[in-house]
Design a protein around this ligand. Structure first.
Ligand code: C5P
Length: 217
């Protein structure tokens, strides 16, 4: 039987994570947070201090990562160590975006992502889910929002967590990351030709979830 896949691609802060998780829950499907894989690798490379080593060594680290995602409490274990809090740091996202531009690294991480495609279905969240990783997916969404709205949301999230945040700096980081993700040679952030485009700038999470669910059902 063909395993159904719903891909949700888009820039950081568009609400992909929240929307994808809710939809996976409602459908009873698996959930792939592909950004977390790039983030975990960025952490591992920093920890092992191999960020400036040869590509071959970096690829070895990528292939050797033992990553476990717990769907119950949203924790992530890397080689047995809980890295959930570290994954969410802005610096981790920025480092992930830098290593994600290297073709050999993207290729090395493909299998880990394909492994998530299991019955009864998969919601895959990222930048190139519908274009490169699961081009065969039946349902594809490109979820975006204006850069200022995305920065505002991120700012609120950090404040709620009690983390000191600066809106101007967050806006600049988001714009820099968007540009790097969109202009890179390999797997740039572009909507798949067959993706439904949703701008969530003025939509609630519930409204986005309802719209995406109506596509799948
Ligand atoms: O989505 P998230 O912010 O966790 O992703 C962190 C970074 O990882 C992104 O800025 C992007 O450069 C990279 N990434 C990617 N391809 C994906 C998911 C994430 O290049 N499928």
């Amino acid at each position: 039987m063909d395993i159904p896949v719903l891909t949700i691609d888009g820039p950081s802060g568009a609400g992909k994570g929240t929307v994808s998780r809710l939809i996976a829950q409602k459908l009873g499907w698996h959930y792939l947070d592909s950004g977390a894989i790039y983030r975990a690798l960025a952490l591992e490379l920093t920890e092992k201090d191999v960020l400036h080593e040869s590509i071959a060594e970096i690829v070895d680290v990528a292939l050797g990562m033992d990553l476990v995602f717990s769907s119950e409490n949203r924790s992530v274990l890397l080689n047995g160590q809980d890295i959930t809090d570290l994954l969410g740091l802005e610096s981790t996202g920025n480092n992930a975006s830098k290593i994600a531009a290297i073709p050999e690294i993207r290729a090395a991480l493909l299998q880990k992502q394909h492994d998530f495609k299991q019955a009864p279905g998969l919601v895959a969240d990222g930048r190139d889910m519908g274009t490169v990783v699961f081009p065969e997916a039946k349902h594809k969404v490109f979820l975006t929002a204006s850069a200022s709205e995305r920065a505002e949301r991120r700012y609120k999230q950090l404040k709620e967590k009690g983390i000191d945040a600066n809106l101007l700096k967050i806006t600049a980081d988001i714009q820099e990351r968007d540009q790097r993700d969109s202009e890179r040679q390999i797997s740039p952030l572009v909507p798949a030709a067959d993706a439904i485009y949703i701008d969530s700038s003025t939509m609630s999470i519930q409204a986005v979830v309802a719209e995406v669910l109506s596509l799948v059902r």
